[in-house]
Design a protein around this ligand. Structure first.
Ligand SMILES: Nc1ncnc2c1ncn2[C@@H]1O[C@H](COP(=O)(O)OP(=O)(O)OP(=O)(O)O)[C@@H](O)[C@H]1O
Length: 622
């Protein structure tokens, strides 16, 4: 059992004791006290006394024992109704999440519509249609409450599915069912548990309400609702007759609430949070079992003519091409929305389902990604590691670090638990995560942000991939930790020969780490150049120049240079005109720039630029 505290919180303890008493009474009541409850004493409508603690009803039957015996009927119906609502609602919610966009929209609207009616109205309508009785009340309440479960499951599953750790699991080729059971369910279980407890409490009230109206159990059977109805008729003769079932309903609802809330606090590993320890200076890494730098001429990643489109046909990425050679660090840099992440996601075959893509060629280490038959997820998982921007969402918060690190080795490398553990510990040590054995037992929230990101890099390194895609790996980190993470990536590249595709909006970051840089703007590569040229500020495209001038790292390289912000913003897909997308912000733009998209022209140096003005100037120079 994960993350369970040994001491139960007082609230949960009280709830459990109350629930246990109610269950015991429900089970034992009809067996032990049915005769007492049904006995006609002859003392009609008596008030509370030593003999009859809650008095007697119109036929002289003891109200206390009737309330006790009625517990089973009420609880049985409430449990059955809650189970139907939870099972059906969760199933429907999951179905809607996994459906296509059109079916999802229809499903969402239907749930919205059902949620706009109070559940009691829906339950009343169904009961009226189905004719009064226990079964119809249970079915009606189950149906009435299932939209609430469907909505919660839908919302929670959607948010969890967008988390980086689910994306990583998909990259690792973890099957759909395993993703749901390991990553989605544990993270949506606590809120569903609360809703189940609230749903049960509400079911008790609704079951009793429908019974009160005479739509549920029929005489001679009885439950708390029917007892309450007869009690209210005799309120002035014996208030105890109404008080008994009313108190029973109240206490049961209270117990359900306490148990649900208490369980959530108790089971949620984040609830065990201790104050974060300050990130300790990482220990020196042990000498890595260094693999020699990979060689060979074939690129590790190759993208040719990649286009990515929205469902409405608008292009987000326009036929870009790039390669990453073995052991090389290539940076993709550009402002937000330039298509960097989509390009990287296409390489990992993790593009959102609604986007369409096409490419003349797309491969990682020879694995043809355009052909799913030739690129099974398990194969891709060992060729490619991925590190996301936000270390807090990269790990599943409900699982220990060790469980998550060893999963890939056990699933893909078929390693034993012990072997996988040993390798994961050594990778954590290599990525300078202090006390790796302890970290393996901890939950993600117990690690500092920088340590989590180093652990994520360790996770990406586990299957010894040929390529790591690092998508803004330092953006969410403190400045002090950023340099540390960049150094770590460089170290991995040097010792393992792992190629790295680094995505960043910060030209200073890419110039400090990369060998080659692709500058992207509005879904196109506008310049490709070596880091030496970038550091010398020997750049061609006005956009690259503008990025350099706007970056504190690169602008200050030049004596006397001042930061020059780049005015305006990159156009959205629907605002792009027929020519160069940068033309409206470009100080060099000439009429042709607004009419024709400039092609990416290779230069003898190996660099390339997509700019009419620069290409014309180069022709004049030569
Ligand atoms: N699922 C999607 N549906 C529609 N448009 C999308 C989707 N994902 C991304 N886009 C759009 O595609 C364009 C490129 O997005 P992308 O995330 O690749 O940019 P980016 O350069 O990585 O920017 P950032 O640094 O902000 O992540 C943006 O305009 C974005 O709004």
């Amino acid at each position: 059992m994960r993350g369970v505290r040994t001491r139960l919180p007082a609230m949960l303890l009280v709830g459990l004791v109350l629930a246990a008493v109610i269950v015991l009474v429900a089970v034992a009541g009809p067996l032990l006290w049915q005769a007492r409850a049904d006995a006609l004493t002859g003392d009609i409508r008596q008030g509370p006394s030593g003999t009859h603690w809650l008095g007697t009803d119109a036929l002289g039957r003891d109200v206390f024992w009737r309330t006790v015996v009625a517990t089973r009927s009420t609880i049985e119906m409430a449990v059955a109704a809650t189970a139907i609502a939870a099972a059906l609602g969760t199933f429907l919610g999951a179905l809607i999440v996994s459906a296509g966009p059109a079916a999802r929209t229809v499903g969402d609207r239907v749930i919205d519509l059902l949620l706009s009616f109070p559940p009691i109205i829906i339950a009343l309508t169904f009961t009226a249609i189905l004719s009064p009785g226990r079964a119809s009340v249970v079915g009606a309440i189950g149906l009435a409450f299932c939209p609430q479960f469907a909505r919660l499951t839908n919302r929670l599953a959607l948010s969890v599915q967008e988390r980086d750790y689910v994306t990583v699991a998909r990259l690792l080729g973890v099957g759909r069912f395993r993703v749901v059971t390991r990553h989605v369910v544990p993270n949506i279980a606590p809120p569903l548990l609360v809703l189940t407890s609230v749903g049960f409490a509400t079911s008790v009230v609704t079951v009793s309400g429908l019974s009160f109206l005479g739509l549920s159990v029929q005489p001679p059977s009885y439950d708390w609702g029917s007892l309450l109805a007869s009690g209210l008729r005799n309120l002035y003769d014996n208030p105890g007759e109404a008080f008994g079932p009313a108190a029973a309903i109240l206490v049961t609802g209270l117990a359900a609430g306490l148990v649900g809330d208490g369980l959530v606090r108790h089971l949620d590993p984040r609830g065990t949070s201790r104050p974060h320890r300050a990130a300790r200076r990482p220990a020196d890494p042990p000498t890595a079992g260094a693999a020699s730098r990979a060689g060979g001429a074939a690129p590790v990643a190759s993208v040719r003519d990649l286009s990515i489109r929205r469902p409405d046909g608008r292009e987000l990425v326009h036929g870009i091409s790039l390669t990453v050679d073995a052991g090389e660090i290539v940076g993709i840099v550009g402002e937000s929305g330039s298509g960097k992440s989509l390009t990287a996601l296409a390489l990992a075959r993790l593009l959102p389902r609604e986007l369409e893509w096409s490419a003349a060629h797309l491969s990682v280490n020879g694995v043809d990604l355009a052909d799913p038959a030739k690129a099974p997820p398990a194969r891709l998982a060992t060729e490619l590691g991925i590190v996301f921007q936000d270390p807090s969402s990269s790990f599943n918060p409900a699982l220990r670090i060790g469980t998550q690190l060893t999963e890939v080795l056990r699933v893909h490398a078929k390693m034993s638990r012990r072997q996988a553990h040993a390798l994961a510990v050594s990778r954590l040590a290599e990525t300078r995560v202090s006390s790796p054995e302890l970290r393996m037992r901890q939950y993600p929230h117990e690690l500092s942000g920088g340590m989590r990101q180093r652990a994520m890099i360790a996770a990406a390194m586990l299957p010894e991939p040929k390529l790591i895609i690092a998508d803004e790996p330092t953006t969410a980190l403190d400045v002090t930790v950023q340099a540390d993470v960049l150094r770590l990536l460089k170290q991995i590249n040097t010792t393992h020969g792992t190629a790295i595709l680094l995505i960043s909006h910060d030209i200073g970051v890419v110039s400090s780490l990369c060998d080659r840089i692709c500058v992207m703007y509005a879904g196109r590569v506008v310049e490709e150049l070596s880091v030496e040229d970038l550091r010398r500020r020997d750049v061609r495209h006005p956009y690259t120049r503008a990025l350099l001038a706007a970056s504190p790292d690169t602008a200050s390289d030049q004596d006397g240079a001042r930061l020059v912000p780049l005015p305006g913003r990159a156009p959205a897909a629907e605002d792009q005109g027929p020519g160069c997308s940068f033309a409206p912000r470009c100080p060099l733009a000439v009429p042709v720039c607004t009419e024709i998209v400039p092609p990416l022209v290779a230069e003898p140096s190996g660099n390339a630029v997509a700019c009419h003005v620069e290409t014309a100037a180069a022709e004049v120079r030569s």
